[in-house]
Design a protein around this ligand. Structure first.
Ligand code: TYD
Length: 215
């Protein structure tokens, strides 16, 4: 069975994480083994870097280097072996978040990010870069996301940014989504059941059981 790499993206408060359990259950019911993971994180080194990235103030280049360092360890130790075993890799955020948060949100040089992406996501056989097979992009107006975030647990460095920051991040996601066919936009303004119906439809049409992109 071929591995399948699925990522979930969207601004903080868009609600993507609340569907992870159901997505995992759906794949398990299809007889697939699932490696569920997240970024920044997914290995002990990358989780240590995550704490620094989310809690310490730092300039945008430092932040980008740490995010990509965490990603490299995650790819080498977890993502590539899981795909090679034929797992579905279900990952809460990946490189699109770097282009959206560090690139658009913090106005950091997208060319530098593209260079880091090429280094970090190079494959052992030197063919294409490692990229998700499918990305569910939870699109929600930053104002609505802010309402959902208010009253949630203590905000981290990014969650406590003003709504203007999230307007730029949302724009960054929209630009990234316009540039690659692997994105499916999920209208995250709908209620939970309606959002789940969109996710199910996207996975039926473009997920591993639909025979998308053999690896
Ligand atoms: P998030 O995935 O929302 O986890 P939680 O649900 O536990 O808050 O938090 C990760 C944060 O890290 C989020 O605010 C986006 C940010 N981030 C970046 O800035 N760059 C990246 O490359 C990634 C993967 C995440």
């Amino acid at each position: 069975m071929s591995g399948f790499f699925l990522t979930l993206e969207g601004i903080d408060g868009a609600g993507k994480s609340s569907h992870l359990d159901a997505i995992e259950t759906l794949f398990s019911a299809q007889g697939r083994r699932v490696t569920r993971t997240r970024e920044p994180g997914g290995t002990s080194l990358a989780e240590s870097l995550r704490s620094l990235i989310l809690d310490e103030p730092m300039d945008a280049l430092t932040e980008s280097l740490l995010v990509f360092a965490a990603r490299r360890d995650h790819i080498v130790r977890v993502i590539q072996p899981a795909l090679a075993r034929g797992d579905v890799v279900l990952c809460d955020r990946f490189t699109d978040a770097t282009f959206a948060y560090q690139g658009a949100g913090r106005d950091f040089d997208a060319q530098v990010l593209s260079t880091l992406e090429r280094w970090v996501q190079a494959q052992p056989d030197a063919t294409n870069l490692l990229q998700p097979d499918l990305t569910l992009w939870f699109d929600l107006a930053p104002e609505a996301a802010a309402v959902r975030l208010a009253g949630a647990r203590l905000p981290d460095k990014f969650e406590s940014q003003p709504v203007d920051f999230f307007r730029r991040v949302a724009q960054g996601y929209a630009e990234r989504a316009a540039g690659a066919a692997r994105f499916v936009r999920i209208d995250a303004s709908q209620n939970r059941e309606e959002v789940w119906a969109q996710i199910e439809a996207a996975l039926r049409e473009r997920g591993p059981a639909a025979g998308a992109t053999p690896r």
